[in-house]
Design a protein around this ligand. Structure first.
Ligand code: TYD
Ligand code: MG
Length: 454
């Protein structure tokens, strides 16, 4: 029987079925190596498979429907996890270096340990003494978390097998080194092999494994992207370095909704959860300024208000600048094109800067109308009333499309003291009494009504 051997390139991670001296994907020489499996236990026989157990789909009622979960007791974290940590699952927490991943996970480790889980925190970046120092700063020295400083994957698996924890945290996957893979720690093949072994181990032994992965701005090839499809849950920890806000976002979750976010604030004593993010994102708003608009958004399952700022100025360049922070550049180009061709508001010869305040990143199309309002307000140097929120999706024809969860958006706005709202047209009646809602069907009508005829 032919052996199932695969080879991979230690430089770019390409997988092939035959060895060659030069990688066909990246052109590097002598980087193709055979992939071998690693295990802490004795080798398993691969010949003569066992008959797998199957169950009837209709018998599901007899099995547990909801996986058992452990709560961290931190609302922002539990929500992102889909309601708590699931046994025998593998998670990846990615983020820029220095954004606060180690801090978050050390705090989470302490919370889970206090809630009865046996937790091991394995750092490949810091010595145990350094982790202890950090724990002292965070006021976590009372928590029964076991620490280890180790990078050899084989040793780590053996440790986990003897210690039998409920949760193991690996900080970070880029420092792990599988001795059966012939490339340097941090390379694609090492990261992939380590993540694969750890994920398998989690499933086989029923423990939860959280892996930390650094991403670089260029989305480095050895980054956590190669790991995403292996694990059950992928969380990204984001935020602007200069801001104190940090957002933990679920981009994939087999045990809960994706797109859920948790908001934290980085303080001198670690990360604090932010229970009312809207209030925080709007807290430093002064008098209404041209280009500033409040968008009533939905992040995951909860409404969130945030401020959108735009600056439009005559451009000294032959090709005017389009600079965006916190929103999609392509979507901005689309809105500018619709404003120009459907509403007669040209932006040619003008530099456009767009920013979502507080370091938040929005991906909802419902923000289109708020973005358009912000752009026109900046261009016309006309501030919008301070007590108004705006939301609605813009289509290429210039029509305004209805968006989901209008009621929740309005309720959040009312809670924060807003008195009026402008949105795209929807077919449902809304009962939010404290808000004067104006619904519009097309962008040209909106421009005319809000900014006057031009
Ligand atoms: P860290 O968790 O080490 O980041 P990562 O693991 O993602 O690389 O966080 C490092 C940053 O966090 C560092 O710039 C200092 C800051 N920080 C605080 O502001 N307060 C604190 O209590 C801690 C522990 C860190
Ligand atoms: Mg770290």
């Amino acid at each position: 029987m032919a052996k199932n051997i695969s080879y991979s390139c230690s430089a770019c991670g390409a997988v092939t079925t035959k060895w060659s001296g030069r990688c066909e994907s990246c052109g590097e020489w002598n980087t193709i190596h055979e992939d071998k499996a690693i295990s802490s236990g004795p080798k398993k026989k691969t010949l003569g498979g066992h008959r797998g157990k199957t169950i009837n789909l209709t018998d599901l009622a007899t099995e547990e429907k909801e996986p058992p979960r452990t709560h961290a007791g931190v609302g922002e974290l539990d929500r992102v996890l889909g309601g708590g940590l699931v046994k025998a699952s593998a998670l990846l927490v990615g983020g820029d270096p220095g954004i606060g991943k180690s801090t978050l996970l050390l705090q989470a480790a302490a919370r889970f340990a206090r809630n009865g889980l046996k937790v091991i925190y394995i750092s490949g970046e810091e010595s145990s003494a350094q982790v202890q120092m950090r724990a002292r700063r965070l006021g976590l020295t009372e928590s029964p978390v076991q620490l280890a400083s180790e990078t050899n994957l084989r040793d780590i698996l053996t440790t986990l097998e003897t210690e039998k924890p409920d949760l193991a945290i690996i900080d970070s996957i880029q420092t792990m080194w599988a001795d059966n893979v012939e490339s340097a720690p941090g390379s694609v093949s090492q990261v992939r092999a380590s993540a694969h072994e750890l994920t398998n181990f989690a499933k086989r032994h029923g423990i939860a494994v959280i892996m930390v992965g650094h991403v670089t701005k260029e989305g480095a090839i050895a980054g956590p992207r190669v790991v995403e499809h292996m694990v059950d849950t992928v969380l990204y920890f984001e935020g602007e370095r200069g801001h104190q806000f940090r957002i933990l976002r679920a981009v994939k979750n087999r045990f809960g909704p994706a797109d859920e976010i948790g908001v934290f604030e980085m303080t001198g004593k670690g990360l604090a959860e932010v229970k009312n993010p809207s209030a925080l994102f709007l807290s430093d708003r002064g008098d209404p300024a041209p280009g500033s608009v409040v968008f009533a958004g939905i992040e995951g399952s909860r409404p969130m208000l945030c401020e959108i700022q735009a600056l439009v100025a005559p451009s000294p360049h032959s090709q005017p600048r389009r600079s965006v922070v916190g929103w999609d550049g392509g979507r901005l180009a689309m809105i500018l094109a619709v404003l120009e061709s459907r509403c007669g508001v040209p932006f040619a010869g003008l530099d456009v800067y767009l920013n979502v305040a507080g370091g938040l990143r929005i991906s909802e199309p419902a923000a289109d109308l708020a973005i358009a309002a912000s752009l026109i307000s900046a261009r016309e140097d006309a501030a919008l009333p301070k007590d108004t929120v705006i939301f609605g999706e813009i289509s290429l024809s210039g029509a305004l499309r209805p968006v989901a969860q209008t009621e929740n958006r309005l309720k959040e706005a009312e809670k924060l003291g807003f008195t009026s709202a402008i949105s795209s047209h929807s077919h449902k009646k809304h009962a939010t009494s404290g808000i004067n809602l104006r619904q519009m069907t097309d962008l040209a009508g909106f421009v005319e009504e809000v900014f006057g005829a031009r």
